[in-house]
Design a protein around this ligand. Structure first.
Ligand SMILES: Nc1nc2c(ncn2[C@@H]2O[C@H](COP(=O)(O)OP(=O)(O)OP(=O)(O)O)[C@@H](O)[C@H]2O)c(=O)[nH]1
Ligand SMILES: [Mg+2]
Length: 394
């Protein structure tokens, strides 16, 4: 019997743990998200299972995911399933909205899922809605509780639906907590969701449902935000470009100033160098001139020396000649004197010879005279002596 079956839809963002929860509590084996892309892409059910004496059936719904199918296709799949179910007299006893407490913030796709979920349920069914927070193991109790408080009290988060009868439960991934959650829904009066009413009772096309309008608005809002972000990025880019241009202009200006300074410095250096070179050239010219002067002076002195030398040589030669002449003259004189002396000696020898001969002659004459005298004397003496003796004898 359709009426005795408790049907509960599980909704929420992709990867929020819908299939895991259903598998845990029903024993089903639905595919579980590997974290890269959404796993449940079509509406599927757990199959019947018993809980607290009731036949249960859980509906697993795909969440908006941005990766596989368009949001509108996903909404259409859910709307088709739910309107078919309603046409088949199946009303939902509960709607579980899974939310990861580990999510740092509820923005973008999470917010879109929740806003469309709200329009899909409508305010009349909120007392059958259970917001189930899971993945508590991923955060500290303190952080999780703070987030839970924020979710429950923020006007753009769960506060509006909590105020209209929705409830919030924690799920710690145990069967006990899953049972506790189901137990919180099992006795609800099945209600018609707003989207079922719109499609089945009001014969609206899916596009005219509040959920689709909300989705379109969300998408539009997303687009607008995106556009704003693009424009902001463009403005920032333009500002950055302008800033960069300004920076570049300033850098160029600085570079130009630096180059001008460099040039001025180089020019000054060049001028200093030219002046230094001119001074060096002038000094070199001065030194060359002085050197020239010195060389000329030295050449003049050398010439003077040469002249002096030549003069001295000539003088020496003249003196030498004079000396030779003198020597020769003296030699001649000496020779003449020697000749004269020789002649004188010869003359003297002759004189001597003459004197000797004269002496010998004198000596001979003297000797002869002496002998004569002696003989005369002796004769005298003898005469005398005889005379004397004759006297004595007498
Ligand atoms: N830590 C922790 N991980 C969980 C819990 N529930 C689910 N997960 C993990 O979260 C990932 C997503 O789980 P699913 O059950 O596939 O999520 P889903 O909401 O069905 O995802 P879609 O089908 O893509 O929409 C898987 O890796 C699960 O193992 C939970 O309570 N705690
Ligand atoms: Mg799933």
């Amino acid at each position: 019997m359709a009426d005795s079956e408790v049907t509960i839809a599980v909704m929420g963002a992709t990867g929020s743990g819908k299939s895991t929860f259903i598998n845990l509590v029903s024993g089903a084996n639905l595919g579980v998200n590997d974290g890269l892309r959404s796993c449940t892409v079509e509406v599927q059910t757990s199959g019947r299972f018993s809980f607290l004496g009731r036949e249960m059936n859980l509906i697993d719904t795909p969440g908006f995911d941005d990766t596989t199918r368009s949001d509108m296709d996903i909404l259409k799949a859910k709307a088709d399933y739910l309107s078919n179910a309603y046409q088949n007299q199946k009303k939902l006893s509960g709607i579980i909205y899974m939310h990861r407490i580990s999510d740092f913030r509820m923005g973008g796709i999470s917010r879109r899922n929740f806003n469309v979920f709200r329009k899909l349920c409508g305010d009349g069914t909120l007392k059958n809605v259970l917001i189930v927070t899971n993945m508590w193991g991923e955060v500290s109790e303190e952080v999780g509780s703070a987030r839970e408080r924020e979710l429950a009290t923020d006007d753009v988060l769960f506060k509006p639906i909590l105020e209209k009868g929705a409830r919030m439960f924690r799920h710690d991934r145990t069967l006990a907590s899953a049972h506790h959650i189901l137990a919180g829904l099992i006795n609800n009066n099945p209600e018609v969701l707003q989207i079922q009413d719109e499609i089945v009772n009001q014969h609206r096309g899916i596009d005219q449902t509040a959920a689709a309008v909300e989705l379109a608005r969300e998408v539009e809002e997303e687009k607008r935000k995106h556009q704003e972000e693009v424009e902001r990025a463009q403005r920032e880019h333009a500002a950055a470009v302008a800033a960069r241009e300004e920076q570049t202009r300033r850098a160029l200006e600085q570079e130009r100033a630096r180059i001008a300074e460099e040039q001025a410095r180089a020019q000054a250096e060049h001028e200093r160098m030219m002046a230094r070179q001119a001074e060096e050239r002038r000094q070199a010219a001065q030194q060359a001139w002085e050197m020239q002067q010195r060389l000329e002076e030295e050449a003049r002195i050398a010439r003077q020396h040469d002249e002096e030398l030549r003069r001295l040589q000539e003088e020496a030669e003249r003196i030498a000649r004079q000396r030779d002449e003198e020597l020769r003259r003296m030699q001649e004189e000496a020779e003449r004197i020697a000749a004269q002396q020789r002649a004188e000696r010869e003359w003297q020898n002759i004189e001597l010879e003459n004197a000797r001969r004269h002496w010998e002659h004198i000596e001979q004459g003297a000797r002869q005279n002496w002998e004569h005298v002696e003989r005369g004397a002796r004769q005298t003496w003898e005469h005398v002596e005889r005379g004397a003796k004759g006297c004595v004898g007498q």
